[in-house]
Write a protein that binds this ligand. Structure first.
Ligand code: BDR
Ligand code: CA
Length: 323
């Protein structure tokens, strides 16, 4: 039996693990990536679009990339996470430029694609691997969005596990907690892939070595990014293994790894010491929270990244670092 094609919208803040997730998705035969929105998170939304377009170009792929919200709802962008993802969001790796971003803002592109696909054979699925600002903006423009789209998979939150930007909060939710709360309450068919599970699946130096050994510009760049990401995680986790936050969410969204899910009523704390916490709350909307994923996840993701087609133009150096 062949797997039906899934039209997918990706919302991201590219980002080292976003870059790995995007590359993985480009190799999944039944995923048709029809649009990408960017949002400020790991880096600002405009830089995330530049990074995304550059990666697409290295893979010889054309997907509309739309710049989304620079600032979170009711707040200001805090400057990203250069200590985790490098000053440019992708570990300081300098990539040849891709195609300029689409004219529509990300939320408009999402709404348009959701409507178009709802009128066709298969609803649009959505994968959000950055702060949820664009989705909240799209919901304001189109309150029926939860009915128009299929499944919304979100990398975000720390439900029973500790946070990564505060003792209780995960970065994507913390960066725009108000947006996360709105999206959780909006009635989507929602799957949450939190730190609880993404910390269980990791890449290490051997994975970086395999990417760089492939020798082409894309995988040289990814190997260099991954090594800087592993360096960061060594400084916080004291082990040279980096969690596959966004790639795991992508593999769940693509249906390539088997998740174990615990349906849990959840709320998002907005403000105060626990700002951005995703907390079980009896009166919150029921969310399918992924608690484990099968052990093959890292293998599945690695093999696709090693397999994806690339073009061999560009000026990334042998070490992949800024030229
Ligand atoms: C999430 O935050 C970002 O730093 C990563 O790209 C991932 O989406 C992990 O907390
Ligand atoms: Ca991300």
């Amino acid at each position: 039996m062949t797997t039906p094609t899934v039209p997918l919208f990706l919302d991201c803040d590219t980002g080292v693990d976003d870059a790995l997730a995007l590359t993985y998705l480009l190799d999944v035969p039944h995923v048709d990536l029809v649009g990408i929105g960017t949002v400020s998170g790991n880096t600002d939304a405009a830089t995330a679009a530049v990074n995304t377009a550059a990666l697409l170009a290295l893979c010889g792929r054309t997907v509309p990339v739309a710049v989304g919200a620079h600032d979170p709802i009711g707040g200001s962008y805090g400057g990203g996470a250069p200590h985790v993802h490098g000053a440019n969001g992708i570990g300081g790796v300098d990539l040849p430029p891709g195609v300029a971003a689409a004219e529509d803002p990300a939320a408009e592109l999402l709404v348009r694609l959701a409507r178009d696909h709802a009128a066709g054979d298969r609803k649009l699925d959505v994968l959000a691997i950055g702060p949820l600002t664009n989705l909240a903006v799209a919901l304001e423009a189109e309150p029926r969005l939860p009915e128009l789209v299929g499944t919304l998979t979100i990398m975000g939150g720390a439900v029973w596990d500790a946070g990564n930007v505060s003792p209780t909060a995960e970065a994507n939710v913390h960066n725009d907690a108000e947006a996360a709360r709105r999206v959780l309450r909006a009635g989507f068919d929602l799957v949450l892939v939190p730190l609880d599970v993404t910390r269980q699946h990791r890449f290490d130096d051997a994975d970086a070595d395999r990417f760089t050994a492939a020798g082409d510009p894309l995988r040289l760049a990814l190997g260099t990014m991954l090594r800087s990401y592993v360096d960061f995680y060594e400084s916080v986790d004291h082990v040279r293994r980096a969690p596959l936050h966004d790639p795991l969410a992508a593999a769940v969204a693509a249906g390539e790894v088997e998740p174990t899910v615990r349906t849990t009523p959840l709320d998002v704390v907005v403000g105060g010491a626990e700002h951005g916490r995703t907390v079980p709350a009896a009166d919150g909307p029921a969310v399918r929270v992924v608690v484990t994923a099968d052990d093959r996840a890292a293998d599945v993701i690695r093999e696709r990244i090693l397999h994806v087609g690339t073009v061999s133009s560009g000026s990334v150096g042998r070490d992949g670092v800024g030229r």
